[in-house]
Structure formats: C-alpha cells, structure tokens
Design a protein around this ligand. Structure first.
Ligand code: ADP
Ligand code: MG
Length: 462
C-alpha cells in the first residue's frame, strides 16, 4: 500500500507543504526573536534613564541623612526587571554601607566611561544570561560618575513572548496541513484513478484478453493522451490477433484443398477405379498440378511470413530496369498473342537502380500475371516505365473488371482472392516486397474500366 501511487502522491504533497511550513515558521521565529530583542533593549534603556534618576536621588538622600530608603526591591517588583550596581561606594564617610542593590564585580562593565552601555552577562552564581543596560550614576548632573546602575532582564523571559506566536503558527500550520491534505488527496485521486484503470487494463491484455474496457478520461492532459493511445494499441493488438487467427485458418484451408484432391486421386489409382491408361494419366496430371500448387503455396506463405517478420534478406545490386521490364514483358507475349490481347510496352526512361533485381522482377511479373488473369480476351494490357525525382515507376494498365473502392485496400491482404483458382497471396507478397525495397504499390482503378497498378521504387537502396 505504501508503495502505491495513491498513497505516495498525497504523502509527498503533504511532506512538501509541511517542510515549507516548517521553514517559514523557523524564519518567522528568528525574525520575531530579533525584533523582541531590539524592543526589549529599547525598553531597558528607557527604564534605566528613569531609574538612575530615582536611584541618584536615593543616594543623595542617604548621603544627607545616613539612611538608605530601601526602595530598590519595590522598583524591581514594579518593573519586573533586576537591578544591579557596579562602582565605588557612594557613601565613603557614612555609616551606610550597602547601596541597597546587588553589587556586581568591577569587571562586569566599564563604568568609568560614563556612557550608557547595552550588553549581555551572567551574574556570579547565577545560571541565566541577562540582557542589560548599564547607565552611569552621578550625584551632580555634570559631575563624575560613581558607578553604573544596571537594569537587566533574563533572556529566557524574552523567549516567553514567542509562545503566543508559536501557538498561532501551530494552529495556522494545522489548518494548512488539513487543507493541503484534502487537496493532495483529491489531486492524487484524479491522477491515480485513470492510471489504476490503465494498469488493470494492462493486466487484462497481459492475460490475453484484448477487449478491455477503459473508462473515458476527461481533459486533454498526458493521462488522457496515454489512455487514448492505449485504447488504440489494444485495438491494434486485437486486430493483429484476429488477423493471425484468420491467416492460420486460411493457410490450413488452402493447404487442405490440393491435398484432398491428391488423396482422392491416389485412392482412386490404388483401388483401381481408373482402369484405362487415359484416366490414370489424367489422375497423375491432377496430382502433379496440385503438388506444384502446394509447393507454390508453401513457398508463398514462407515468403510472406519472412517479409512480415522482417527476416527477409534483400540483395542490393545495380538493376537495369529496362532490361528487367523487358524480361517480365516477354514472358506474357505468347499468352497475349493467343488471347488476342493488345499488349504494349512504353519505356520512357532507361534507369539503373540499386535494388534486388529478382524481387523487383517478381513484383512486376505478379502485377502482369494479375492483369492477364483479369483482362478478358481481346482486351488491352500495357507496361510502362518512367523515372523522375529519384524515383522509378513501373505501371501495369489493364482493361479488366477493375477493383471496387471498398476492395482496394483489402486485395493487398493475404488470402484475399475473388476466385478459387488464386491463393490471394500474390498482391500481399508484392506489397510487402515493395515495402522491403523501400517502395510502394499504388492502385488506381475504376470498376468496369480497368486498373492501373504502379510500383514505385527509390533509385538507390537506403
Ligand atoms: N488487375 C486486376 N484487376 C482486377 N482485380 C484484380 C487485379 N489484380 C488483383 N485483383 C484482385 O485482387 C485479388 C487478389 O489478388 P492476388 O493477391 O494477386 O491474389 P490471386 O491472384 O491469387 O487472386 C484478386 O483475387 C482480384 O480480386
Ligand atoms: Mg495474383
């Protein structure tokens, strides 16, 4: 649970808020501490000015009367500060021995200077540090100082002023943490919910079921984008799986048809059903034909599988396209003559390209064989070779039935054939081969008027 995003995200969010709150509190406390110290020193200074006057008066009275009115305790109680004395005895000839204040060692402060001094010190025997202001005491206004009156406050007392501030800071932080926690929880829910749904969907896909149900995610942020792409990916995988299944079924079906024919004839021969030599020769012919078809079929399937797995080796060599087209063209001359098909070639360029000659020939022959297969007797077939912009184009035009718009994409899929005599692999292989050679096959066809299949190849292999 602690490693889940649902927990970690709000926890991190909260931690960030707490840390920044703590830093802000420490800075605020430090500032306030400095402010309190400055203000306390000013207060002490003000008090020292008033108290020295009172104390000087008290000393004058004591000098005159020989009696020291002990008002310093009352003063301490009234101000809440401690009072000390450093200096010589103001009553050298009198019976008054005490100054009525705690006397500090001479080294505590330099009272001879006659200046008001702000400083910090620890009285002998005490453990607390005091913030103090020492102010000179004089019997006459312009006369010399006989000592310093020290007004002091323990430092710990200053810190006590911070307590209310600390209390307020604590309340504010608690409020902030609650608000931040709620916000973090809400935000993390918004983020993690779709992520969790995606993660569950991945589990489903890993288990092999591609029809996952992903919740629609609002907004166009990264998560929404991820969900869209994921949905697309699941769809494609599902399609790929279906295609694979169909492919396997089609292959098995295609293989079984010639096998059934062969077995039928073999059985007939073995059982002696076909007695006369003519019937036996016919049976053997069928067996030979179907055997050849099987061989072709297996070869084609293998080619296609290799092409689709990109395990197809393409040779690169200089290919004289004119000679190659001529070679493909002549192979159908006899059939054209026999079926009175108007057969023409139109070579407008003489390009030499770097490619795999055998494979290019295979594609062109395939296109020509399809054209002849679908063009009725007395029709027209034309082979065209052109070159432009670093590309070579070989086009096969025919006056066959053409291909309906909705079938134009489908005919390039494996096992898509309009009649039983074909395997439906020819165009699929041609299409994959063209792609493997860095080119493509384009179809331009109007049903009822004929088709134009165009193989486009780059001049040089890439
Ligand atoms: N020149 C063409 N004119 C009309 N239809 C064509 C032509 N070439 C191919 N087709 C259509 O495309 C399908 C697939 O062709 P192909 O992959 O070569 O398989 P096959 O030739 O074994 O049927 C054919 O069955 C046919 O319907
Ligand atoms: Mg074909």
């Amino acid at each position: 649970m602690f490693s889940s995003l649902r927990f970690r995200l709000p926890a991190l969010f909260l931690l960030g808020i707490v840390v920044s709150g703590l830093i802000a509190a420490v800075v605020a406390l430090r500032l306030f501490q400095g402010y309190v110290l400055i203000r306390s020193k000013a207060d002490l200074r003000r008090e020292a000015i008033g108290l020295t006057e009172v104390f000087a008066q008290q000393a004058i009275t004591a000098n005159d009367t020989g009696v020291l009115p002990l008002i310093s305790r009352q003063l301490e109680r009234a101000t809440g500060d401690r009072l000390f004395y450093v200096g010589v005895s103001p009553f050298p000839d009198k019976s008054v021995k005490s100054v009525g204040l705690e006397v500090l060692p001479q080294k505590t402060v330099d009272w001879h200077s006659g200046k008001t001094i702000t400083f910090e010190f620890t009285p002998p025997g005490a453990s607390k540090t005091y913030v103090a202001v020492a102010r000179p005491l004089k019997l006459e206004k312009k006369g010399p100082a006989f000592g310093d009156l020290i007004v002091a406050k323990p430092k710990t007392e200053l810190n006590q002023q911070l307590i209310p501030l600390l209390e307020r800071l604590a309340i504010a932080s608690l409020g902030g943490i609650i608000v931040a926690g709620l916000l973090g929880w809400y935000l993390s829910r918004r983020i993690t919910r779709p992520v969790l749904a995606l993660s569950r969907a991945t589990d489903e896909i890993a288990r092999g079921s591609y029809d996952v149900d992903l919740p629609q995610i609002r907004g166009s942020d990264e998560i929404g984008h991820l969900a869209d792409r994921f949905r697309e990916m699941a769809g494609r995988m599902s399609d790929a799986e279906r295609q694979e299944r169909n492919f396997l079924m089609s292959v098995s079906h295609e293989l079984r048809t010639p096998l059934t024919a062969i077995r039928g004839h073999v059985d007939a021969l073995r059982e002696g059903v076909a007695e006369d030599p003519e019937a036996r020769a016919a049976s053997l012919d069928v067996i030979a034909q179907e055997g050849a078809r099987l061989e072709r079929l297996v070869g084609d399937v293998l080619d296609l599988a290799k092409l689709e797995a990109h395990r197809f080796t393409v040779h690169t060599e200089e290919v004289n396209m004119e000679r190659l087209c001529d070679q493909a063209y002549s192979a159908f001359g006899e059939e054209a003559r026999r079926r009175r098909i108007e057969y023409a070639k139109l070579f407008e360029a003489h390009p030499t390209i770097v490619s795999d000659g055998d494979r290019v020939l295979q594609i062109i022959s395939n296109l020509l064989s399809n054209a002849f297969r679908w063009t009725p007797d007395g029709g027209r077939v034309q082979l065209e070779l052109t070159a432009s912009n670093g590309r070579v184009s070989v086009a096969v035009d025919d006056t066959g039935p053409g291909v309906a718009i909705e079938e134009q994409e489908r005919i390039f899929r494996p096992f898509w054939s309009r009649d039983d005599s074909g395997t439906g692999l020819g165009l699929a292989i041609a299409h994959e081969l063209a792609a493997a050679l860095g080119g493509s096959i384009q179809l331009d066809s109007r049903p009822g008027q004929g088709s134009r299949f165009e193989l486009i190849l780059p001049s040089s292999a890439n």
